[in-house]
Design a binder for this molecule. Sequence first.
Ligand code: ADP
Length: 661
Amino acid sequence: MFTKILIANRGEIACRVIATCRRLGIRTVAVYSEADAGARHVRLADEAYCVGPAASRESYLRAERIVEVARRSGAQAVHPGYGFLSENEGFAEACAAAGIAFIGPPVTAIRAMGSKSAAKALMEKAAVPLVPGYHGDEQAPAFLRTQADRIGYPVLIKASAGGGGKGMRVVESSEAFEAALASCQREARASFGDDRVLVEKYLQRPRHIEIQVFGDSQGNIVSLHERDCSAQRRHQKVVEEAPAPHMTAERRAAMGKAACDAARAVGYVGAGTVEFIADTGGEFYFMEMNTRLQVEHPVTEMITGLDLVEWQLRVASGEPLPLRQEQVPLRGHSIEVRVYAEEPEKGFLPSIGRLAHFAPPQASAHVRVDSGVEQGDEISPHYDPMIAKLIVWDESRERATERMLRALAEFRIAGVGNNIAFLSRLVGHAEFRAGQVDTGLIERERETLLASAAAAPVTAFEAAALWRLRSEQAEARARGAATLDPQSPWAQGDGWRLNSTQSRSLRFRQGEQETAVAVGYAGGGFTVGGAAATLAGEGDALSWALGEHRAEAHVVALGEDLHVFQGGLRHLLQVVDPLAHAGEEQEAHGGLTAPMPGKIVALLVETGAVVEKGAPLLVMEAMKMEHTLCAPARGTVKAFLCTAGEQVKDGVELVDFEAAA
Ligand code: ADP
């Protein structure tokens, strides 16, 4: 076995490989770009070398430089992770030339599977089932079109050199074929420097099921069962699970055999994944083989209890596979979600910036978090914006789903946008729960999955108010401790005032709606809405009792923003400073409707008044709190559609407002 290896990658996969090495007593060498000087994988490794500037092309993709670092540091092997150089023939060859083991398959296998067309031709010979199509060398548009006509529409045009969901076009009819071909070829040329394509039948509502295979240098090949990665957005995986829902033992055996045949056909050694597409009838067809460890390998580890990186290291150092096919365990069910720094509501735009708050759920036998970042780290624009992978395991799929929902509810991130609410809706979706996931589910259910944030409940405002009171108290105590007489009642910060029970109103804004919470101090504790509150919890955690009800929340303050995490939801509230200009940064659109059923307390301006954006227009009271509706833009209050004292229903229009042109 090796005693020192270099990891030619970054982020969660680098950290994950380091963890296995540490367990096996293998020293690790990290490489990093200038942007990653303080990254977690650099901190975890035994040694680390900078290999260039932030751009991947100038650092993580510089094969010769990385091989040189491996040689200098005395590493006997290189683990390439996924992405970057993991499927690069030149890199594998350069490692071999330097006498360093490449932890991956032989160069010939990488080459054979590198082109989707060539791989299909090879698989055809090995009698592995293929999606009907054309994958030959002839590339004339008219010829490809006759092939598409023969296959029958819809067809999918795929870049032979493609990957990562890029370079694919669905074509619905013969008339549309040539334009789609030209556009696919342009993208393929730009992304992969190779515009050759293949054409295949486009399956309707298919599932993506892949088989994890492993080969050793003695010629043994086993399957470590399947993963279902059908929950995709734009042909990119979002949720992965193992085993596949509704999989039968016979089909598993058949797919496992086809995958091992595929691997055997190219003399495969190491970890690989054979991807199949399955139609509604359960027929499955070879799509491609990924000649590396996959992002989603942890679900396989969870159901088999095996460490795939350990297997990779053993096989690369010449050992035989640790288990025979019939010895490979399969226990329970595992689900993984990819937590991304992105804004699902804004078309899934990556969200870069500082990860100001990062509190993943507690790891256990059931919950695993693979991450390359820690609180305070930057999500850089240079790399994939994945924050973490969250993986759960339980006895059944149903229980694993419940675990995932709970773990997502406990996952608290602030500072960068993230897809946690989206993932919760997806995993909680009736079709997902029923195991009815096909690759089009996310697109079809877009509306439901991307519903905008719900109005914060009363308890979220209570949390915000109590959090503020507690912080004020802590600040006052800190100030008091700094004064000469810390025993002085003035230094206690418990709201003690001569002859007074202080009461005031704290204001918070959510979107266009402002809410006031009446708070005070009494008997050494706090009051909210006139009732005494018993408050407990430390740090950002709050739990309180208010009259009859009890509630809990976590509150994270970032500048004026309060992120209130409660019941699996995140509510973004802004502290309204009465001294600042109200509503200065508000958006110029506004629902001047009642946000909830309540009573109109006061109209604040005259009918006909010309007001500035953010000017308070009316106050209503609902659920024991005051809400102020403000002008969404500069404009004219043409009429109030309610009167003071009136009880109004949820959603009714309250003001006829005309924004200035
Ligand atoms: P990439 O290498 O870019 O990941 P793949 O060939 O693995 O490309 O395909 C990615 C995804 O595209 C699949 O998981 C599936 O959702 C979809 N896809 C691929 N081939 C077909 C097909 N013939 N019919 C329907 N969907 C397909």
